[in-house]
Design a protein around this ligand. Structure first.
Ligand SMILES: *[C@@H]1O[C@H](CO)[C@@H](O)[C@H](O)[C@H]1NC(C)=O
Ligand SMILES: *[C@@H]1O[C@H](CO)[C@@H](O)[C@H](O)[C@H]1NC(C)=O
Ligand SMILES: *[C@@H]1O[C@H](CO)[C@@H](O)[C@H](O)[C@H]1NC(C)=O
Ligand SMILES: *[C@@H]1O[C@H](CO)[C@@H](O)[C@H](O)[C@H]1NC(C)=O
Ligand SMILES: *[C@@H]1O[C@H](CO)[C@@H](O)[C@H](O)[C@H]1NC(C)=O
Length: 223
């Protein structure tokens, strides 16, 4: 009987730790937002204005690389050319971008890598790795930006990154329906959304918390 009560307590404790792990990974897990910060830091270092973080652009950036997910080569180049029409016919509807608010896209950078990279490495080695992409980043026309990250396959495969820039003055473009929530995405990760990255960014803290829980439980003779 005593043993059974302890067991019950441990299940409560484990559940609580898991909850903490899930919540904390949600709060820290959006690497697409980190990339937007890096883009803005790089711009302000050249006295260029900061760009607004647009979830509508971010989600469409993610849709773009979703279409290109199997087109990352062994040497980390993306050989993929979605049609222009896909933006209004596929990407925007999949995100819940309200079509009348579809603005002007002023730049696009796409890259991939066989391994997961943290935001500073992804910025330097994948997104902004040459003069061409650096000049896109530093274009004066942009006003807003969105970043998307996705994994080619659910549990493995290369990662893809995409930054989409818009040149619209006001904040009323690429508006997501349902009061800015848009359509929930089942995978990947994009900037400007309050939510976490699922398969786009690694949920490191969650895995470590789980290992920690198992360690605690086994060291107390639970198993
Ligand atoms: C991806 O690569 C395949 C094979 O090389 C090609 O047929 C396809 O058109 C590419 N996808 C896009 C969207 O460009
Ligand atoms: C900046 O972007 C705009 C829109 O894409 C383009 O027309 C223009 O040539 C770019 N300017 C530079 C300096 O690259
Ligand atoms: C901006 O990005 C470029 C390309 O990755 C890099 O060479 C440069 O050092 C960066 N500048 C700053 C201030 O971070
Ligand atoms: C890139 O730009 C820098 C500075 O403008 C220049 O020194 C360098 O030669 C350029 N590199 C290439 C490969 O064009
Ligand atoms: C656009 O929204 C951002 C925050 O989302 C805000 O900081 C910025 O001032 C807004 N710009 C305009 C022109 O309303």
């Amino acid at each position: 009987m005593v043993k059974r009560i302890y067991c019950f307590e441990w299940i409560i404790a484990l559940g609580f730790l898991l909850l903490v792990a899930v919540v904390s990974s949600k709060n820290h897990g959006n690497q697409a937002n980190d990339l937007v910060d890096l883009i803005n830091k790089n711009r302000t270092s050249k006295r260029l204005p900061q760009l607004n973080n647009s979830p509508g652009l971010g989600c469409m950036a993610m849709q773009y690389i979703k279409e290109c997910r199997f087109n990352c080569s062994q040497v980390n180049t993306v050989n993929c050319k979605p049609s222009e029409d896909d933006f209004t016919e596929i990407f925007a509807p999949n995100c819940g971008v309200e079509l009348p608010t579809f603005g002007t896209i002023s730049g696009l950078i796409v890259g991939c890598h066989q391994k997961h990279l943290d935001p500073p490495e992804a910025f330097q080695n994948v997104l902004v790795h040459n003069n061409g992409t650096l000049s896109i980043l530093r274009n004066r026309t942009h006003r807003e930006v969105g970043v998307g990250i996705i994994r080619a396959k659910r549990h493995k495969g290369p990662y893809l990154w995409c930054a989409l820039f818009g040149s619209n003055e006001r904040n009323s473009t690429f508006v997501l329906e349902d009061l800015g929530k848009g359509i929930e995405q089942k995978e990947g990760c994009y900037s400007g959304s309050g939510s976490s990255c699922s398969s786009g960014g690694r949920n490191g803290s969650f895995v470590w918390m789980l290992i920690f829980c198992i360690f605690v439980l086994s060291s107390t003779g639970f198993f």
